[in-house]
Ligand binder design. Structure first.
Ligand code: 5GP
Length: 345
């Protein structure tokens, strides 16, 4: 046993210090970014915020709403080939760069992935997602995917430490997804004791990835637009959202009506609800590592997006960053023991 004693930080432990700025208005701030990826010549331009590949969030409806505003969706892996085909037929080509096909790491997952890309070769992004990105089987799957799909952008995760980010990038990932345990419907930290405070994970993993020419996604733990701004400030290239995009008309999950009020179901992908839906129950050797909750219906996601993007533009004006790209360079975090005033919450 060993103890690492340096304190690791989450979003709730810091605030961003304001700085003198010449920006007159948040309308002067551009949230667009252009990225070139390590393992191919593809260049991507858009607003680097993503819907999570959960079946309650990363839906085709969400993808349409987000792509229309240049945001990104990692489409969940449970759609059929036929559903993919009718979706692709229903969207303009300009939406294609804003979606990823998600996959697990089984033989069957790989076959489905090959089939989707053979029918829709214009799709560009693969999101290889497992709860625990530390297994050799996962690394081998990433290597294999790189060999099979040399011209695709590969997202792989999740991990939380620099050495594993490096291993994944050297194995063929262009973008590494970072986050173990911070998610709003995640119970991994409770069930296993394993995790890493998200802000420190971003800072350390971004440093490792950028050193090799790779990128990272901060995945999980953002509960407010301020958290999204902190994730970018810490060095995340992309920020992935689950809970903040759940509960909308465009989200998945059952719509529930009770006493005249409407709710949408939202659950973790390792929750008992998800396992019952997709694999016929929780296997005997494992515990569920996700919650199931009901979210009061939030309306259309476009309004939430405006709130999030408006918040980040405002962060940029507070620190004098005319473009999102400059936010991290201009960020000084201060460690705090308070956040918002909750008198009227
Ligand atoms: P949120 O934005 O809701 O805080 O976090 C979303 C992220 O939580 C997802 O992208 C995924 O990485 C993670 N997640 C989703 N479902 C589960 C689950 O059932 N268990 C765990 N441990 N993490 C989950």
């Amino acid at each position: 046993m060993r103890i690492e004693s340096g304190l690791k930080l989450g979003f709730k432990d810091v605030m961003i210090r304001p700085k003198r700025s010449t920006l007159k208005s948040r309308s002067q701030v551009s949230l667009e970014r252009t990225f070139k990826f390590l393992h191919n010549s593809y260049e991507w331009t858009g607003i680097p915020i993503m819907a999570a590949n959960m079946d309650t969030v990363g839906t085709f409806e969400m993808a349409k709403a987000l792509a229309s505003k240049q945001l990104f969706t990692a489409i969940h892996k449970h759609y059929t080939i036929e559903q993919w085909s009718s979706f692709i037929a229903s969207i303009p080509p300009s939406y294609i760069p804003h979606i990823a096909v998600s996959t697990g790491t089984s033989e069957k997952d790989n076959e489905k992935l090959r089939l989707i890309f053979s029918i829709h070769p214009q799709l560009k992004f693969i999101c290889i997602d497992v709860a625990n990105g530390y297994s050799q089987h996962f690394v081998d799957f990433v290597k294999n995917a790189r060999a099979q799909f040399p011209d695709k952008v590969i997202i792989a995760g999740n991990v939380v430490t620099g050495e594993m980010v490096e291993e994944l990038i050297l194995s063929g990932a262009d973008i590494v997804k970072v986050g173990i345990g911070p998610g709003s419907v995640c119970t991994t930290r409770v069930k296993t004791g394993v995790g890493y405070p998200q802000l420190s994970a971003i800072i350390e993993c971004a440093d490792a990835a950028h050193g090799l020419g790779g990128h990272i996604i901060s995945d999980g733990g953002c509960a407010t637009p301020g958290d999204v701004a902190k994730a970018f400030g810490a060095g995340a290239d992309f920020v992935m959202l689950g809970g903040m995009l759940s509960g909308h008309h465009e989200s998945g999950g059952e719509l529930i009506e009770r006493n005249g009020e409407k709710f949408k179901q939202f659950y973790g992908m390792s929750s008992a609800t998800a396992m019952e839906k997709h694999v016929g129950g929780v296997a005997e050797y494992r515990a569920s590592e996700g919650k199931t909750v009901e979210i009061p219906l939030k309306g259309h996601v476009a309004d939430t997006l405006q709130d999030i993007l408006g918040g980040i533009r405002s962060t940029c004006t507070y620190v004098g960053a005319p473009r999102l790209k400059e936010l991290s360079k201009r960020t000084t975090f201060i460690c705090v023991s308070e956040q918002e005033n909750r008198v009227y919450s």
